[in-house]
Design a protein around this ligand. Structure first.
Ligand SMILES: NC(=O)c1ccc[n+]([C@@H]2O[C@H](COP(=O)([O-])OP(=O)(O)OC[C@H]3O[C@@H](n4cnc5c(N)ncnc54)[C@H](OP(=O)(O)O)[C@@H]3O)[C@@H](O)[C@H]2O)c1
Length: 342
């Protein structure tokens, strides 16, 4: 026996990946409903490569009573309108938006890192999925933290345009084409030209001069991994369609060598270590697209601090950064709490 599952935001980047991954992983589904806004009501979406197609329903008219779980990827505004309604009807919401992430009554889960925290979901019947940059970083940090206790992290991100939804991908495509044919590359979704450029600004500015994306990496890492870890981040949008990269510098309480770190990372859940000191012996975002793993390369000691390491971390932001993590949460919820399916 399987579950009655809802995918909300099924026409978007993350929603489509959630459908792909539910199908790929053969998630036990008895019945599936796909939802979006009224704009795409009646459109057909594929259920991965199964050959099955589903008609998109308008979330506003959907009654969640009797549905087991809903995977939401409709943004904070949509989640604010609909998540409490679904949760109150007994349908557990697994939400990709940032809205509930820091709510103390909502668990923020990366299954490789803090699976036990999911037990708190009963307080609101909502579980939050972290920001894409945080998700891949904590997968890399957790096994190292367990062994050598992390004190401080300095991270610079290189985030793909798909992190800004369908509109972000369209803008990179259109601007690149326009530049080749000599037309103007006018920004609309992003604040400056993104084609052949990088933009050190993701989400809104805060009073201290940091951005909200940077703040999310700080507070979400603390909530998921350890409140004592200090994080400072610089988040940058780059002209890559899919795949976020991060240059991470870590200061530990205890001694840890690059060789020890590599041995730990080789065995760590969700991690793939690709680290050869030769041309191409590392991962770039293009190679992580469609993959489940968080890839780590360039592990090396940082001799400028006591017990310091630097590494390069790459993952598919639509997968580990969003859809895969959400489906892993659904699997965890099933195993630990719902226990309906095999
Ligand atoms: N992309 C990433 O790397 C990433 C990572 C982590 C989290 N997230 C989060 O995931 C969510 C979706 O991101 P995305 O990249 O998939 O965006 P997207 O490609 O722009 O798709 C947005 C989806 O949400 C639907 N939608 C928007 N407003 C809605 C509303 N009020 N009611 C119902 N449906 C609504 C859209 O439906 P229509 O087709 O009908 O407009 C579409 O299906 C966001 O909360 C984002 O922060 C994204």
């Amino acid at each position: 026996m399987g579950y009655r599952v809802v995918v909300a935001g099924a026409t978007g980047n993350v929603g489509r990946e959630m459908l792909n991954i539910l199908a790929e992983r053969e998630f036990p589904i008895d019945e599936l409903a796909v939802l979006a806004s009224g704009r795409s009501q009646g459109d057909m979406v594929d259920f991965g490569e199964t050959g099955k197609q589903y008609k998109v329903q308008n979330i506003e008219h959907f009654d969640p009573t009797g549905w087991d779980m809903a995977l939401f990827a409709i943004g904070s505004e949509g989640s604010k309108l609909h998540a409490p309604r679904f949760a109150a009807a007994g349908c557990t919401v697994i939400d990709n938006a940032s809205l509930y992430r820091m709510d103390p009554d909502v668990p923020l889960i990366v299954p490789e890192v803090n699976p036990e925290a999911i037990d708190g979901y009963t307080r609101r019947n909502i579980i939050a999925n972290p920001n894409c940059s945080t998700a891949q970083m904590v997968v890399a940090l957790k096994p190292l933290h367990d062994v050598a206790r992390i004190k401080r992290v300095v991270v610079a991100t290189y985030q793909s345009v798909s992190g800004a939804g369908k509109a972000g991908m369209d803008e990179l495509f259109e601007q690149s084409r326009n530049i080749f044919v000599g037309d103007p590359a006018t920004p609309s979704k992003f604040t400056k030209q993104i084609a052949f450029n990088v933009i050190p600004h993701i989400d809104s500015f805060l009073d201290d001069g940091s951005t909200k994306e940077e703040w999310k990496m700080v507070v979400e890492t603390k909530k998921i991994l350890d409140p004592r870890i200090k994080v400072t981040a610089t988040c940058v949008r780059v002209p890559v369609f899919v795949g976020h990269s991060e240059a991470i510098n870590i200061e530990f309480e205890n001694e840890i060598s690059a060789a020890q770190a590599k041995t730990i990372l080789r065995e760590a859940p969700g991690v793939m270590l690709i680290d050869k000191h030769e041309d191409g012996g590392y991962i770039t975002p293009i190679e992580c697209v469609g993959e489940y793993a968080t890839f780590i390369s360039r592990v090396r000691e940082d001799s400028t601090v006591e017990n310091g390491l630097s590494l390069w971390c790459v993952s598919d932001n639509l997968r580990k950064g969003a859809a895969l993590n959400a489906v892993q949460i659904a699997e965890l919820l099933g195993r630990r709490h719902l226990k309906k399916a095999a």
